[in-house]
Design a protein around this ligand. Structure first.
Ligand SMILES: Cc1ncc(COP(=O)(O)O)c(C=O)c1O
Length: 455
């Protein structure tokens, strides 16, 4: 059913009035505001009509493919080369590696089975091992830290910047010790971490930088692709990512030796420069089917990124006309963002104190499904103690060191964001229409007007 009040023509007017009204919720109430409030439909959570009727999902169907993608996959299948290992050197996967390296502006790419494998290979290529510390963030997918723990090293969780939701680079230096080997920032959601500060700290303390760009295909920092700025960059091509193949990943970098080690690790230790087994290794090789899928998907990455940029800009314009939900800030060096989750800040004071949890529930009833803005609070995850209880960990780390770790393992800002201010929408939402963006803001305004009834 079509929403009566917030038609496209009246939208800007109503949201502007909404902003004025919102600004007045803690003070008096203007007559225009009270007229407006009488017109508003009942929130769907209280039995009113939802802004998005059932079955009109805000997220576009994903993944997207056409007959050419299917043909590329079938060609790989029919070729009867179902594996590309040392004696049948990388054909399709090699083609993808060269294309991806070129797109990222780096000399080398080693494709892997997943983003997790990419992080594993990258840390091994940089010889991170037992007893080392890797400074990373709490607001990330578990794999970022799991791969460090798997090397019997310690991920050190740094708290989150409350305005950008990225790693708070100002808190990194105080966590550096004699055991620190690397900084592993995550371009979480697809926005950029503060790479100027991070690279300067790394240089000062002689540390390597591994960028977890698993959520950030096509984002840029000072016109360079995210993932290409540090020593190594890691990507995921898992189904939900902007460039996807079901499962898959990649390590990228500029340095010949480091990338040879990363590549060799994915191929049982074989140096890509001569295929001699001179390095450590495992098997993270992809099948040609994955390579064909990636080559197919790459064709539409730029057009999709552009559409997401356009829709996100429009949403930002609309949000600037109201109060209470605003996009996270970006660092000045971010010249283009990527999309996995788009983060926003909820300010309950503009919703009569309505807690975020209840706002989200009311929005969901309107057909707009927000996430919590942060990927997680990994510093609270029970997996830390699971690792600490391993025999190997007890052997490597004296009890005092693990106790110190537990004591210093605090990220209160991230917990606050998770509970109180963080909101997010998935990348698929931004492949929709301008009307979708309008519906998001229409629903926000609708909830705002009835906030006091929802507490
Ligand atoms: C930030 C981050 N790092 C690492 C990974 C791991 O990637 P994969 O699922 O391909 O192993 C993901 C996947 O969601 C991620 O979001």
């Amino acid at each position: 059913m079509k929403h009566k009040l917030f038609t496209r023509r009246t939208f800007v007017k109503t949201t502007t009035i909404g902003a004025a009204g919102a600004a007045l919720t803690t003070g008096g109430m203007s007559s225009v505001y009270s007229t407006f409030i009488q017109d508003v439909d009942k929130p769907a959570i209280l039995g009113g009509n939802p802004v998005r009727t059932k079955g009109t999902n805000l997220e576009v169907s994903w993944p997207i493919f056409d007959d050419t993608d299917i043909q590329m996959y079938l060609d790989a299948y029919k070729s009867k080369r179902w594996s590309e290992y040392s004696y049948s050197p990388k054909e399709l996967s090699g083609r993808f590696e060269r294309a991806f390296a070129e797109m990222m502006g780096v000399a080398y790419c080693a494709v892997t089975n997943s983003g997790t494998d990419a992080l594993d290979a990258a840390q091994r290529a940089l010889d991170i091992g037992p007893g080392d510390e890797v400074i990373t963030q709490t607001n990330t997918f578990v794999a970022t830290a799991q791969t460090t723990f798997n090397l019997y090293a310690l991920p050190i969780f740094v708290d989150t910047d409350p305005e950008t939701f990225m790693i708070n680079a100002d808190l990194i230096e105080e966590r550096i010790t004699a055991n620190t080997r690397a900084i592993l920032p995550v371009h979480i959601g697809g926005a950029a971490a503060d790479m100027d500060k991070i690279m300067a700290i790394a240089k000062k303390h002689n540390l390597v930088v591994i960028e977890d760009a698993c959520q950030a295909q096509h984002g840029e920092w000072r016109n360079k692709k995210l993932g290409s700025i540090g020593d190594l960059g890691c990507f995921s091509f898992q189904e939900g990512k902007s460039l996807c193949a079901g499962e898959g990943g990649a390590v990228i970098g500029h340095d010949d030796y480091t990338m040879a080690r990363a590549d060799a690790y994915t191929n049982n230790g074989r140096d890509p420069r001569g295929l001699k087994r001179t390095f450590t290794g495992s098997n993270f090789r992809i099948t040609p089917f994955v390579a064909a899928t990636l080559m197919g998907q790459m064709r539409r990455l730029e057009a999709q990124s552009k559409l997401r940029d356009e829709n996100a800009s429009y949403l930002e314009k609309l949000l600037s006309e109201i109060k209470g939900v605003r996009p996270t800030k970006k660092y000045p060096g971010q010249t283009r963002r990527a999309y996995y989750i788009y983060q926003m800040i909820y300010e309950k004071e503009y919703f009569d104190g309505l807690p975020k949890r209840k706002f989200r529930a009311a929005m969901e009833a309107e057909g707009i499904d927000f996430g919590d803005g942060v990927d997680s609070s990994l510093h609270l995850d029970p997996f830390i103690e699971t690792y600490f209880n391993l025999r190997a960990f007890k052997k490597i780390f004296p009890k005092e060191r693990l106790d110190k770790y537990r004591k210093e393992n605090r990220c209160p800002v991230n917990e606050m964001i998770d509970k109180e201010t963080g909101l997010s929408l998935g990348q698929r939402v931004f492949l929709g229409t301008k009307k979708d963006m309008e519906d998001i803001v229409t629903a926000i305004v609708k909830i705002q007007k009835s906030a006091s009834k929802l507490i």
